[in-house]
Design a protein around this ligand. Structure first.
Ligand SMILES: [Zn+2]
Length: 229
């Protein structure tokens, strides 16, 4: 990632803080998917903004501040057109590798569709990250299986292709996608030098999944089947 001018970053942080009238913790990103990411923190907001916002004018920043405070799911048109007008600043990964990596349509489940359903039901459509079926590794004779994963580095959700089966209920795969989306939403917390993904907060939110208990039961009963035994 290119280095961003510290003075510009702290200037933007102060401006935003003044506009939302609360402390703002600002991180400037070079993301390809998420341009604006806002999370309430203890006393203010944690914001992750694409570096295009370093050059935003006052009108755009005012609109951003209103958006932060309103908790609307959809960004106002001023913001959306600002992002659209600056799309040349968004880094593109080479087409080829991107196509090779993201494969969301399976035989029985389309991960994109599931992602959008979970996103609207649990995250007010705020999440944005790639989701793909993982590589088809053999699972026979393994002791355990990682049903899905989230990469904090590439912000990508991978789902094990063993789940793309007719006997897998939709609430199971949806719950698994929900779990990984929570990782994207909450990020990884560093505590005493250790990376913490399944924090207490994570577990609390995880249990909000509508079919949480059914999902756990199903996994216990069917793991052997997924492992090909
Ligand atoms: Zn997890």
């Amino acid at each position: 990632m290119e280095k961003f001018n510290r003075k510009n970053v702290s200037h933007l942080q102060q401006n935003l803080s003044r506009l939302v009238k609360k402390p703002v913790h600002l991180t400037i990103t070079d993301n390809t998917h998420s341009m604006i990411h806002i999370r309430p923190s203890n006393s203010g907001y944690k914001m992750r903004l694409h570096h295009m916002f370093l050059e935003a004018n006052t009108g755009v920043l005012r609109s951003l501040a209103r958006f932060v405070k309103s908790r609307n799911r959809k960004a106002p048109s001023v913001l959306r057109s600002f992002v659209a007008n600056n799309s040349d600043k968004i880094k593109r990964s080479p087409r080829k590798s991107r196509q090779a990596i993201v494969r969301s349509k399976g035989r029985f489940f389309d991960l994109h569709d599931l992602f959008h359903q979970v996103n609207s039901e649990y995250f007010e459509n705020q999440l944005d990250c790639p989701i793909t079926w993982g590589a088809n590794r053999r699972v026979r004779n393994q002791i355990s299986i990682k049903l899905a994963s989230y990469s904090d580095r590439t912000k990508t959700i991978r789902v094990h292709p063993a789940l793309d089966k007719s006997y897998v209920p939709k609430y199971v795969i949806m719950g698994i996608v929900y779990h990984e989306m929570l990782h994207h939403h909450l990020g990884v917390v560093h505590r005493n030098g250790r990376k913490m993904a399944h924090t207490r907060r994570f577990r609390q939110l995880e249990a909000r999944y509508r079919h949480y208990h059914r999902l756990q039961e199903w996994k216990e009963k069917n793991l052997h089947r997924l492992l090909g035994r």
